[in-house]
Design a protein around this ligand. Structure first.
Ligand SMILES: C[S@@+](CC[C@H](N)C(=O)[O-])C[C@H]1O[C@@H](n2cnc3c(N)ncnc32)[C@H](O)[C@@H]1O
Length: 226
């Protein structure tokens, strides 16, 4: 049986931070930009797919007193994030939840901010996910996330894909073996949705104030208000 997306990430936890910067153009810029648009204050935050904690650490620094709920289906990833947050000695309440996004147990209206960085494209069925995330949010809550998107047409998507592979081969490049493993992973686990379809699904779920504040090739940042 093929490993799940989180088993794939769990098995590469040691190499993840190096690989992601060689495989995702402007990875750090994208996270910085995501942070710029998050609300000035938040009391209860849900991060979906914390991975090695690159966004989690920034959230803990931006909202030192907030209750942070970090979710990942790879226990190896949660362990790294737990350790990194402990080393930072941050003060707010932290919850580490080993769950898939699809099965996530949360209370209605529990969060005023839900965020995520390049994780939600692993979910095939986005409509039920968006309906569920809206239920988790308070009435003035926000969903703001970075993700991998499909181009609006096959041609646009193919150009984005070619430019991405060119990036992977530029120094400090990915090896051909790493590129093949990324392609195999994408084929098996990535479910790309065009931006306009994300907006339709979010709107149908009941979200409003939809926007895209940053875009580069297949990567983009999406905003929605409850
Ligand atoms: C590409 S990594 C992103 C990690 C981190 N947010 C970052 O920006 O580097 C995707 C993460 O989502 C997790 N993941 C993938 N599919 C998932 C699912 N259906 N439910 C829960 N976690 C999932 C993986 O285990 C992995 O840690």
């Amino acid at each position: 049986m093929q490993p799940t997306a989180s088993q794939y990430f769990g098995s590469m936890v040691g190499e993840y931070d190096s690989l992601i910067r060689r495989a995702v153009p402007r990875y750090d810029e994208m996270r910085e930009r995501l942070l710029e648009y998050l609300p000035d204050t938040a009391e209860s935050i849900l991060e979906l797919g914390c991975g090695t904690g690159n966004l989690s650490l920034a959230l803990a620094a931006k909202y030192p007193d907030a209750r942070l709920t970090l979710v990942d289906a790879a226990p190896e990833m949660l362990d790294v994030t737990r350790l990194r947050l402990a080393e930072e000695n941050t003060t707010g309440e932290r919850r580490f939840v080993h769950s898939t996004f699809e099965d996530l147990p949360c209370e209605e209206g529990e969060f005023d901010l839900i965020t995520s960085c390049i994780s939600l494209h692993h979910v095939r069925e986005k409509a039920p996910l968006y309906r569920k995330l809206l239920r988790f949010l308070s009435s003035d809550g926000r969903l703001i996330f970075a993700d991998q998107l499909r181009g609006v047409t096959d041609r646009v998507h193919a150009i984005n894909w070619r430019l991405w592979l060119e990036f992977c081969r530029q120094p400090p490049s990915c090896s051909e073996e790493e590129i093949q493993s990324l392609l195999d992973h994408a084929e098996e686990h990535d479910h790309y949705t065009p931006l306009a379809e994300h907006f339709e699904l979010l709107s149908a779920a009941g979200f409003r104030d939809l926007d895209c504040t940053w875009r580069n090739l297949i990567w983009g940042i999406i905003h929605a208000s409850a």
